[in-house]
Design a protein around this ligand. Structure first.
Ligand code: NAI
Length: 337
Protein backbone atom coordinates (compact mmCIF):
# COMPACT_ATOMS: atom_id res chain seq x y z
CA UNK A 1 0.00 0.00 0.00
CA UNK A 2 2.83 2.42 0.78
CA UNK A 3 5.36 3.39 -1.86
CA UNK A 4 8.38 1.09 -2.01
CA UNK A 5 11.68 2.50 -0.81
CA UNK A 6 13.72 1.82 -3.93
CA UNK A 7 16.68 4.06 -3.27
CA UNK A 8 17.69 2.38 -0.03
CA UNK A 9 16.90 -1.10 -1.28
CA UNK A 10 14.97 -2.13 1.77
CA UNK A 11 12.22 -4.68 1.67
CA UNK A 12 9.12 -3.50 -0.14
CA UNK A 13 6.36 -2.61 2.25
CA UNK A 14 3.17 -4.48 1.99
CA UNK A 15 -0.09 -4.60 3.81
CA UNK A 16 -0.70 -8.20 2.88
CA UNK A 17 1.46 -9.57 5.70
CA UNK A 18 -0.47 -10.94 8.62
CA UNK A 19 -0.26 -9.18 11.96
CA UNK A 20 2.70 -10.77 13.71
CA UNK A 21 2.30 -8.98 17.02
CA UNK A 22 -0.30 -7.36 19.18
CA UNK A 23 -0.18 -3.73 18.11
CA UNK A 24 -2.56 -1.40 19.84
CA UNK A 25 -2.37 2.01 18.21
CA UNK A 26 -3.91 5.11 19.79
CA UNK A 27 -4.73 8.30 17.92
CA UNK A 28 -5.13 11.50 19.95
CA UNK A 29 -6.97 14.13 17.92
CA UNK A 30 -8.73 11.35 15.99
CA UNK A 31 -11.77 13.38 14.88
CA UNK A 32 -9.72 16.08 13.15
CA UNK A 33 -8.71 16.69 9.55
CA UNK A 34 -5.68 14.41 9.90
CA UNK A 35 -7.10 12.19 12.63
CA UNK A 36 -9.99 10.81 10.56
CA UNK A 37 -8.13 9.65 7.44
CA UNK A 38 -5.24 8.50 9.63
CA UNK A 39 -7.66 6.37 11.64
CA UNK A 40 -9.01 4.97 8.38
CA UNK A 41 -5.53 4.00 7.15
CA UNK A 42 -4.60 2.47 10.50
CA UNK A 43 -7.83 0.50 10.55
CA UNK A 44 -6.98 -0.81 7.09
CA UNK A 45 -3.55 -1.98 8.29
CA UNK A 46 -3.71 -5.63 9.41
CA UNK A 47 -0.72 -5.10 11.71
CA UNK A 48 -2.97 -3.02 13.95
CA UNK A 49 -4.84 -5.29 16.35
CA UNK A 50 -6.62 -2.57 18.36
CA UNK A 51 -7.29 1.05 17.49
CA UNK A 52 -7.99 3.51 20.30
CA UNK A 53 -9.39 6.85 19.14
CA UNK A 54 -9.54 9.92 21.35
CA UNK A 55 -10.52 13.54 20.73
CA UNK A 56 -12.24 16.26 22.69
CA UNK A 57 -15.19 15.92 20.28
CA UNK A 58 -16.93 13.57 17.82
CA UNK A 59 -14.79 10.49 18.42
CA UNK A 60 -17.62 7.94 18.90
CA UNK A 61 -18.88 8.70 15.38
CA UNK A 62 -15.44 8.24 13.82
CA UNK A 63 -14.93 5.02 15.79
CA UNK A 64 -18.33 3.62 14.76
CA UNK A 65 -17.63 4.48 11.13
CA UNK A 66 -14.09 3.06 10.74
CA UNK A 67 -15.08 0.22 13.08
CA UNK A 68 -17.16 -1.30 10.27
CA UNK A 69 -14.13 -1.85 8.05
CA UNK A 70 -13.52 -5.59 7.90
CA UNK A 71 -10.01 -5.92 9.25
CA UNK A 72 -9.75 -7.80 12.52
CA UNK A 73 -8.87 -4.87 14.82
CA UNK A 74 -11.30 -3.58 17.43
CA UNK A 75 -11.95 0.13 17.59
CA UNK A 76 -12.84 2.26 20.61
CA UNK A 77 -13.65 5.96 20.64
CA UNK A 78 -13.69 8.28 23.63
CA UNK A 79 -14.10 12.00 24.11
CA UNK A 80 -12.97 14.22 26.96
CA UNK A 81 -16.50 13.89 28.39
CA UNK A 82 -15.56 10.42 29.58
CA UNK A 83 -13.33 11.16 32.59
CA UNK A 84 -11.52 7.91 32.03
CA UNK A 85 -11.48 8.04 28.23
CA UNK A 86 -7.86 9.02 27.81
CA UNK A 87 -6.69 6.29 30.17
CA UNK A 88 -8.79 3.68 28.38
CA UNK A 89 -7.45 4.84 25.02
CA UNK A 90 -3.82 4.77 26.09
CA UNK A 91 -3.51 1.71 28.30
CA UNK A 92 -1.79 -1.10 26.41
CA UNK A 93 -0.88 1.12 23.44
CA UNK A 94 2.30 0.26 21.55
CA UNK A 95 2.11 3.37 19.41
CA UNK A 96 0.45 6.71 20.13
CA UNK A 97 0.01 9.06 17.21
CA UNK A 98 -0.74 12.68 18.13
CA UNK A 99 -2.29 14.97 15.52
CA UNK A 100 -4.24 16.99 18.16
CA UNK A 101 -4.15 20.76 17.91
CA UNK A 102 -4.93 23.63 15.59
CA UNK A 103 -3.64 23.77 12.00
CA UNK A 104 -2.32 26.80 10.10
CA UNK A 105 -4.35 29.36 8.19
CA UNK A 106 -2.92 31.30 5.23
CA UNK A 107 -0.09 33.62 6.31
CA UNK A 108 0.70 31.68 9.48
CA UNK A 109 3.98 29.94 10.28
CA UNK A 110 4.02 26.70 12.25
CA UNK A 111 5.49 28.61 15.18
CA UNK A 112 2.32 30.77 15.26
CA UNK A 113 0.55 27.61 16.51
CA UNK A 114 2.80 27.32 19.54
CA UNK A 115 0.55 29.16 21.99
CA UNK A 116 -2.36 26.79 21.43
CA UNK A 117 -0.63 23.53 20.62
CA UNK A 118 2.16 23.57 23.22
CA UNK A 119 -0.23 23.00 26.11
CA UNK A 120 -2.28 20.42 24.17
CA UNK A 121 0.85 18.35 23.48
CA UNK A 122 2.16 18.85 27.02
CA UNK A 123 -1.09 17.58 28.55
CA UNK A 124 -1.45 14.64 26.18
CA UNK A 125 2.21 13.70 26.73
CA UNK A 126 1.57 13.76 30.50
CA UNK A 127 -1.25 11.27 30.00
CA UNK A 128 0.99 9.07 27.83
CA UNK A 129 3.76 9.16 30.46
CA UNK A 130 1.21 8.01 33.02
CA UNK A 131 -0.83 5.42 31.11
CA UNK A 132 1.55 4.03 28.46
CA UNK A 133 5.10 5.10 29.38
CA UNK A 134 6.68 2.44 27.15
CA UNK A 135 4.70 3.32 24.03
CA UNK A 136 6.31 4.94 21.01
CA UNK A 137 5.07 8.50 20.60
CA UNK A 138 4.60 9.87 17.08
CA UNK A 139 4.10 13.60 17.27
CA UNK A 140 2.43 15.28 14.32
CA UNK A 141 1.12 18.43 16.07
CA UNK A 142 2.99 21.55 15.02
CA UNK A 143 5.38 23.17 15.58
CA UNK A 144 7.11 19.76 15.60
CA UNK A 145 10.50 21.45 16.20
CA UNK A 146 9.10 22.53 19.62
CA UNK A 147 6.44 19.92 20.42
CA UNK A 148 8.98 17.06 20.42
CA UNK A 149 11.17 18.84 23.01
CA UNK A 150 7.96 19.52 24.99
CA UNK A 151 6.97 15.84 25.08
CA UNK A 152 10.55 14.93 25.94
CA UNK A 153 10.61 17.25 28.96
CA UNK A 154 7.28 15.88 30.15
CA UNK A 155 8.60 12.31 29.98
CA UNK A 156 11.82 13.34 31.75
CA UNK A 157 9.83 15.02 34.52
CA UNK A 158 7.74 11.88 34.92
CA UNK A 159 10.94 9.78 35.15
CA UNK A 160 9.98 7.58 32.18
CA UNK A 161 11.95 9.14 29.33
CA UNK A 162 13.40 6.85 26.68
CA UNK A 163 14.91 8.75 23.71
CA UNK A 164 14.37 5.70 21.50
CA UNK A 165 10.61 6.17 21.64
CA UNK A 166 9.73 9.81 20.93
CA UNK A 167 9.50 10.81 17.27
CA UNK A 168 8.55 14.01 15.48
CA UNK A 169 6.81 12.87 12.30
CA UNK A 170 8.52 14.50 9.31
CA UNK A 171 7.41 11.83 6.82
CA UNK A 172 5.22 14.25 4.88
CA UNK A 173 8.36 16.14 3.83
CA UNK A 174 9.80 12.88 2.50
CA UNK A 175 6.58 11.98 0.75
CA UNK A 176 6.41 15.42 -0.89
CA UNK A 177 10.06 15.35 -1.96
CA UNK A 178 9.55 11.91 -3.44
CA UNK A 179 6.45 13.02 -5.34
CA UNK A 180 8.00 16.26 -6.60
CA UNK A 181 10.81 14.37 -8.36
CA UNK A 182 8.63 11.36 -9.23
CA UNK A 183 7.93 12.36 -12.82
CA UNK A 184 11.59 13.16 -13.44
CA UNK A 185 12.82 9.82 -12.10
CA UNK A 186 9.92 7.84 -13.52
CA UNK A 187 9.43 5.76 -10.40
CA UNK A 188 8.73 6.20 -6.71
CA UNK A 189 12.01 6.65 -4.83
CA UNK A 190 12.87 7.81 -1.35
CA UNK A 191 14.36 11.23 -0.86
CA UNK A 192 16.00 11.59 2.54
CA UNK A 193 14.84 14.80 4.25
CA UNK A 194 16.75 15.90 7.33
CA UNK A 195 16.83 18.83 9.76
CA UNK A 196 13.46 19.78 11.16
CA UNK A 197 9.88 20.38 10.13
CA UNK A 198 9.49 24.10 9.39
CA UNK A 199 10.56 26.18 6.37
CA UNK A 200 14.33 26.36 6.01
CA UNK A 201 14.88 23.63 8.61
CA UNK A 202 13.41 21.14 6.10
CA UNK A 203 16.40 19.85 4.10
CA UNK A 204 15.84 17.42 1.21
CA UNK A 205 19.02 15.58 0.25
CA UNK A 206 18.50 15.22 -3.49
CA UNK A 207 22.19 14.31 -3.85
CA UNK A 208 21.37 10.95 -2.25
CA UNK A 209 18.88 9.90 -4.91
CA UNK A 210 20.41 7.43 -7.33
CA UNK A 211 20.02 8.41 -10.97
CA UNK A 212 18.73 11.94 -10.30
CA UNK A 213 20.50 14.83 -11.97
CA UNK A 214 19.30 18.35 -11.38
CA UNK A 215 20.45 21.69 -12.74
CA UNK A 216 21.21 24.33 -10.12
CA UNK A 217 17.91 26.03 -10.93
CA UNK A 218 15.97 22.78 -10.62
CA UNK A 219 17.69 21.92 -7.33
CA UNK A 220 16.93 25.36 -5.88
CA UNK A 221 13.30 25.30 -7.00
CA UNK A 222 12.70 21.74 -5.74
CA UNK A 223 14.37 22.44 -2.41
CA UNK A 224 12.19 25.52 -1.94
CA UNK A 225 9.08 23.56 -2.94
CA UNK A 226 9.74 20.85 -0.35
CA UNK A 227 10.51 23.44 2.34
CA UNK A 228 7.32 25.37 1.64
CA UNK A 229 5.10 22.63 0.19
CA UNK A 230 2.83 22.92 3.22
CA UNK A 231 2.09 26.53 2.25
CA UNK A 232 0.79 25.37 -1.16
CA UNK A 233 -1.85 23.31 0.61
CA UNK A 234 -2.69 25.96 3.23
CA UNK A 235 -3.17 28.50 0.42
CA UNK A 236 -5.25 26.16 -1.72
CA UNK A 237 -7.48 25.28 1.24
CA UNK A 238 -7.98 29.01 1.75
CA UNK A 239 -8.60 29.08 5.49
CA UNK A 240 -9.97 25.54 5.80
CA UNK A 241 -6.75 24.14 7.31
CA UNK A 242 -3.48 22.57 6.20
CA UNK A 243 -2.44 19.22 4.76
CA UNK A 244 -4.63 16.45 6.14
CA UNK A 245 -4.93 13.64 3.56
CA UNK A 246 -1.27 13.55 2.53
CA UNK A 247 -0.31 13.91 6.21
CA UNK A 248 -2.54 11.00 7.16
CA UNK A 249 -0.85 8.90 4.46
CA UNK A 250 2.62 9.95 5.68
CA UNK A 251 1.73 9.35 9.33
CA UNK A 252 0.26 5.93 8.62
CA UNK A 253 3.39 5.07 6.65
CA UNK A 254 5.64 5.97 9.57
CA UNK A 255 3.45 4.02 12.00
CA UNK A 256 3.67 1.05 9.64
CA UNK A 257 7.48 1.35 9.60
CA UNK A 258 7.55 1.12 13.41
CA UNK A 259 5.23 -1.88 13.38
CA UNK A 260 7.33 -3.62 10.71
CA UNK A 261 10.45 -2.98 12.80
CA UNK A 262 8.67 -4.34 15.88
CA UNK A 263 7.93 -7.48 13.88
CA UNK A 264 11.65 -7.94 13.18
CA UNK A 265 12.17 -6.25 9.80
CA UNK A 266 15.20 -4.02 9.14
CA UNK A 267 13.72 -0.59 8.58
CA UNK A 268 15.46 2.65 7.74
CA UNK A 269 13.49 5.85 8.35
CA UNK A 270 13.87 9.56 8.91
CA UNK A 271 12.32 11.37 11.88
CA UNK A 272 12.92 14.25 14.26
CA UNK A 273 14.54 12.69 17.30
CA UNK A 274 16.90 13.29 20.22
CA UNK A 275 20.46 12.86 18.96
CA UNK A 276 24.07 13.75 19.80
CA UNK A 277 24.90 14.48 16.15
CA UNK A 278 24.97 18.25 16.73
CA UNK A 279 25.91 18.19 20.39
CA UNK A 280 28.87 20.50 19.73
CA UNK A 281 26.48 23.13 18.38
CA UNK A 282 24.29 22.74 21.48
CA UNK A 283 21.44 21.16 19.50
CA UNK A 284 19.61 18.13 20.88
CA UNK A 285 16.96 17.39 18.27
CA UNK A 286 17.43 16.79 14.56
CA UNK A 287 15.73 14.76 11.89
CA UNK A 288 18.15 12.24 10.45
CA UNK A 289 18.57 8.67 9.25
CA UNK A 290 17.47 6.13 11.84
CA UNK A 291 17.41 2.37 11.91
CA UNK A 292 14.40 1.03 13.76
CA UNK A 293 13.83 -2.08 15.85
CA UNK A 294 11.17 -3.25 18.28
CA UNK A 295 12.27 -0.73 20.92
CA UNK A 296 12.05 2.21 18.52
CA UNK A 297 15.33 3.82 17.46
CA UNK A 298 17.99 1.12 17.13
CA UNK A 299 20.71 3.31 15.66
CA UNK A 300 21.07 6.94 14.66
CA UNK A 301 23.10 7.35 11.49
CA UNK A 302 25.13 10.46 10.72
CA UNK A 303 24.41 12.44 7.57
CA UNK A 304 26.04 10.82 4.52
CA UNK A 305 29.61 12.01 3.96
CA UNK A 306 28.95 12.83 0.32
CA UNK A 307 26.20 15.42 0.78
CA UNK A 308 26.90 18.48 -1.36
CA UNK A 309 28.23 21.84 -0.18
CA UNK A 310 24.80 23.29 -0.91
CA UNK A 311 23.19 20.73 1.41
CA UNK A 312 25.85 21.28 4.08
CA UNK A 313 25.10 24.98 3.97
CA UNK A 314 21.37 24.31 4.41
CA UNK A 315 22.16 22.21 7.49
CA UNK A 316 24.37 24.95 8.91
CA UNK A 317 21.71 27.59 8.33
CA UNK A 318 18.96 25.48 9.94
CA UNK A 319 20.76 25.03 13.25
CA UNK A 320 20.03 28.47 14.81
CA UNK A 321 16.30 28.16 14.07
CA UNK A 322 16.17 24.59 15.35
CA UNK A 323 17.89 25.68 18.53
CA UNK A 324 15.42 28.53 19.04
CA UNK A 325 12.42 26.21 18.65
CA UNK A 326 13.98 23.60 20.92
CA UNK A 327 14.67 26.14 23.68
CA UNK A 328 11.15 27.54 23.35
CA UNK A 329 9.66 24.09 23.89
CA UNK A 330 11.92 23.19 26.79
CA UNK A 331 11.37 26.56 28.49
CA UNK A 332 7.61 26.19 28.10
CA UNK A 333 7.56 22.98 30.11
CA UNK A 334 9.94 24.41 32.72
CA UNK A 335 7.72 27.48 33.16
CA UNK A 336 4.56 25.42 33.51
CA UNK A 337 5.91 23.14 36.24
P1 NAI B 1 -7.91 19.81 12.98
O1 NAI B 1 -8.27 21.07 13.70
O2 NAI B 1 -8.70 19.41 11.81
O3 NAI B 1 -7.92 18.60 14.01
C1 NAI B 1 -7.30 18.66 15.25
C2 NAI B 1 -8.09 17.82 16.20
O4 NAI B 1 -7.46 17.87 17.48
C3 NAI B 1 -9.54 18.32 16.40
O5 NAI B 1 -10.45 17.27 16.13
C4 NAI B 1 -9.58 18.75 17.85
O6 NAI B 1 -10.83 18.53 18.48
C5 NAI B 1 -8.49 17.85 18.45
N1 NAI B 1 -7.99 18.32 19.73
C6 NAI B 1 -7.74 19.57 20.16
N2 NAI B 1 -7.31 19.55 21.44
C7 NAI B 1 -7.29 18.26 21.82
C8 NAI B 1 -6.95 17.60 23.04
N3 NAI B 1 -6.54 18.28 24.10
N4 NAI B 1 -7.06 16.26 23.08
C9 NAI B 1 -7.47 15.55 22.01
N5 NAI B 1 -7.82 16.13 20.84
C10 NAI B 1 -7.72 17.46 20.75
O7 NAI B 1 -6.34 19.94 12.59
P2 NAI B 1 -5.51 19.01 11.59
O8 NAI B 1 -5.58 19.56 10.23
O9 NAI B 1 -5.89 17.61 11.83
O10 NAI B 1 -4.01 19.29 12.12
C11 NAI B 1 -3.61 18.82 13.39
C12 NAI B 1 -2.17 19.24 13.68
O11 NAI B 1 -1.26 18.59 12.79
C13 NAI B 1 -1.90 20.73 13.52
O12 NAI B 1 -1.10 21.18 14.59
C14 NAI B 1 -1.12 20.81 12.23
O13 NAI B 1 -0.30 21.95 12.17
C15 NAI B 1 -0.32 19.55 12.30
N6 NAI B 1 0.23 19.10 11.01
C16 NAI B 1 1.46 18.50 11.04
C17 NAI B 1 2.06 18.06 9.89
C18 NAI B 1 3.40 17.41 9.95
O14 NAI B 1 3.99 17.19 8.89
N7 NAI B 1 3.91 17.03 11.11
C19 NAI B 1 1.41 18.23 8.58
C20 NAI B 1 0.10 18.81 8.65
C21 NAI B 1 -0.44 19.25 9.83
Amino acid sequence: MFATRNSIKLAARSFSTGAALQSKVAVLGAAGGIGQPLSLLLKANPRVTELGLYDIRNTPGVAADVGHINTLSNVTGYTAEDQDGLRKTLEGAELVVIPAGVPRKPGMTRDDLFNTNASIVRDLAKACAEFCPKAKLLIISNPVNSTVPIATEVFKNAGVYDPKKIFGVTSLDLVRASRFIGDKVGKVVDVPVVGGHAGVTIIPLFSQVEGLTLTTEERDALTHRVQFGGDEVVKAKDGAGSATLSMAYAGARFADSLMRAAAGEDVLEWAFIRTDLFKNEGLEFFSTYIKLDKEGVKEILPLPKNITEFEQELVKNAIPELKKSETKGTAFVASSN
